[in-house]
Design a protein around this ligand. Structure first.
Ligand SMILES: [Zn+2]
Length: 568
């Protein structure tokens, strides 16, 4: 399915790039010292994260001069930074590019350049927050993907996931540090510049150039801060493209699609229901988190990349007609989960990808019915069961994994998505969606870990769910079941003998079975299977007992398990 297009594409193309970058992340993540909070700063979750401990960027004001040919850019970054008094040095991530100057609160200050970082001393008793300015320039090799399109036109598209923003943005390049961003981009006038947030202005400059400013007022992680500069044409999906349908005051956002001129005639195409998708998630979870939503034909190396307010889709998806509703639903769901509520640590990536995977399936159910939904869930389960790389050997929350690329796997996507479905079945629809609304409202514009979701689910359901999160997210694998059933025609009693394989250990789960008799009459029963290797369960006889001729285990695809059924 195309929603998962981004999975193989990410893996294939970035394999070699990553090793050097991850070393930077790993080293910084080991800094765990506790620090005091300086005057003017407040203690909050954002400032206590381990990456660049004690530093919290509040805003990025980024100015870029883009060329008409080649890949040499010049940039000026203004960061508003809070920090604790025990942190004496600001470390910004920036690879390769030449740093021309650094200013702190308006004064030019010395700095140290390493291959991947800029180090600047905080001034003692300085003001809070600190205004840091970095002037830089050079040839960009990654992060901002510069290339000519098939018509020979110069284009530039940001493509930062997971920590490639440091190729072109001086930043604290980690999802735990979210900030607002303003983009001011000067480019040839025949390039349309699109970026995060709201368009502030477009202003002609001499020499056939144009200055464009966009502003995102909600804090977002650096990996979602992007621009597009290309010969894009705008297509409006209308002023009501995504509304809060059940709100007393109807609120809507505008949505746009930006394509190369040659692809404009295909619109709205797969985007015809983009408004309905936003309205559905809005009603299900809570308000759309941003000002508007744009969909762009881009140079992203992923099938789709969920940049806040500006989803970048692979150029090829447009050119080959592979753009589809499932991919749009996946990336749109990320605006809530991943973008607005961001995983604080990479190991909790399933809070982003598992959610987007499951919410795309929920859209399928809403738009196309239960049969289509069951087909989606069966496909998701089949992908998990077929996986030999990650699922059998690594837990979903994989805190030992240092290769971020390796986290783009069937654990983060399909298993994470299926775990959400089982969580819904465990607590019930009302508690599940109530908890998601609370979780979203609480952590919107911030960051979360899996235990934050657990707490929301426990509060809404009144259940203790530690066992659920541990068995499904902190252990590799899934149940492997041998179900042997037999029936006694005289008593109408059906007996299940369930053996759980030893490879992944025993799991606890509800199991639904459907009995069917020779006339086609059916009867469903749900039993709770304990975490034991062997268990024998006698199904309670229904109100109208039947003599079953066949038995279907898990008829609605509610359990992530490999299931073999035998009749005795
Ligand atoms: Zn995704």
């Amino acid at each position: 399915m195309l929603p998962f297009l981004d999975l193989p594409r990410r893996r294939v193309i970035f394999g070699h790039l990553f090793v050097a970058l991850v070393a930077v992340v790993g080293a910084a993540a080991r800094l765990t010292a506790q620090a005091d909070i300086g005057p003017g700063a407040t203690r909050d979750a954002a400032i206590e994260h381990p990456y660049r401990h004690g530093v919290d960027v509040q805003s990025y004001d980024l100015t870029l001069d883009l060329p008409g040919t080649g890949n040499v850019i010049s940039g000026y970054a203004v960061l508003e930074v809070r920090h604790t008094t025990r942190v004496d040095t600001l470390v910004l991530d920036l690879l390769q590019l030449d740093v021309d100057s650094v200013r702190m609160d308006g004064m030019r200050v010395p700095f140290t350049r390493t291959p991947g970082e800029i180090h600047v001393a905080f001034r003692p008793n300085g003001k809070f927050p600190v205004r840091v300015e970095v002037g830089y320039h050079g040839a960009v090799e990654d992060g901002l993907i510069i290339r000519t399109d098939s018509a020979g036109r110069w284009t530039g598209f940001g493509d930062n996931w997971p920590n490639r923003a440091r190729n072109w943005i001086p930043s604290v390049d980690h999802p735990s540090d979210k900030a607002t961003v303003t983009w001011t981009v000067r480019a040839p006038a025949n390039r349309t510049v699109v970026a995060n947030g709201e368009l502030v202005y477009r202003k002609p400059l001499p020499n056939d150039r144009m200055e464009t400013r966009w502003h995102e007022s909600h804090p977002i992680p650096v990996y979602l801060m992007v621009i597009a500069a290309a010969p894009l044409v705008e297509y409006s999906l209308g002023p009501l493209a995504g509304c809060a349908g059940n709100s007393p005051v109807t609120k809507c956002i505008r949505q746009f699609v930006y394509t190369a001129p040659e692809q404009r005639s295909m619109l709205p195409g797969a985007f015809a229901r983009a408004g309905d998708i936003v309205s559905y998630y809005w009603a299900l979870v809570g308000p759309f988190p941003y000002e508007d939503l744009k969909h762009l034909q881009s140079s992203t190396r992923f099938g789709g990349m969920e940049n806040a307010t500006a989803i970048f889709y692979a150029d090829a998806a447009f050119r080959t007609g592979r753009m589809n509703e499932g991919l749009i639903a996946h990336e749109t769901a990320h605006q809530w989960f991943g973008d607005a509520v961001t995983e604080r640590e990479w190991s909790h990536l399933w809070l982003s990808e598992g959610f987007a995977t499951y919410f795309a399936a929920l859209w399928t159910q809403h738009a196309h019915g239960d049969t289509a939904f069951h087909r989606d869930m069966a496909q998701i389960r089949a992908t998990v069961l077929a996986d030999n790389e990650s699922v059998p050997t690594h837990p979903v929350i994989d805190s030992l994994q240092r290769d971020l690329l390796a986290l783009l796997n069937a654990n983060s996507y399909q298993k994470g998505g299926f775990v959400l479905h089982m969580l819904r079945r465990q607590v019930g629809d009302s508690a599940f969606f109530g908890a998601l609304r609370n979780y979203y409202a609480t952590f919107r514009d911030g960051t979360a870990l899996s235990d934050d979701l657990k707490a929301a689910m426990e509060q809404a359901s009144g259940q203790q769910l530690g066992w659920f999160f541990d068995q499904w997210l902190r252990r590799p694998g899934y149940p492997e079941l041998e179900v042997t059933w037999s029936s006694d025609p005289s008593s109408h009693q059906v007996t299940l003998e369930i053996a759980q394989g030893t490879r992944f250990g025993a799991y606890r789960f509800p199991l639904t079975v459907e009995l069917r008799d020779a006339n086609g009459a059916t009867q469903r029963t749900t039993v709770v299977v304990p975490a034991e290797n062997q268990v024998r369960l006698v199904l309670p006889a229904g109100t109208r007992p039947i003599t079953p001729s066949s038995l279907v285990v898990d008829p609605d695809v509610d359990l992530l398990a490999r299931i073999a059924v035998h009749h005795r």
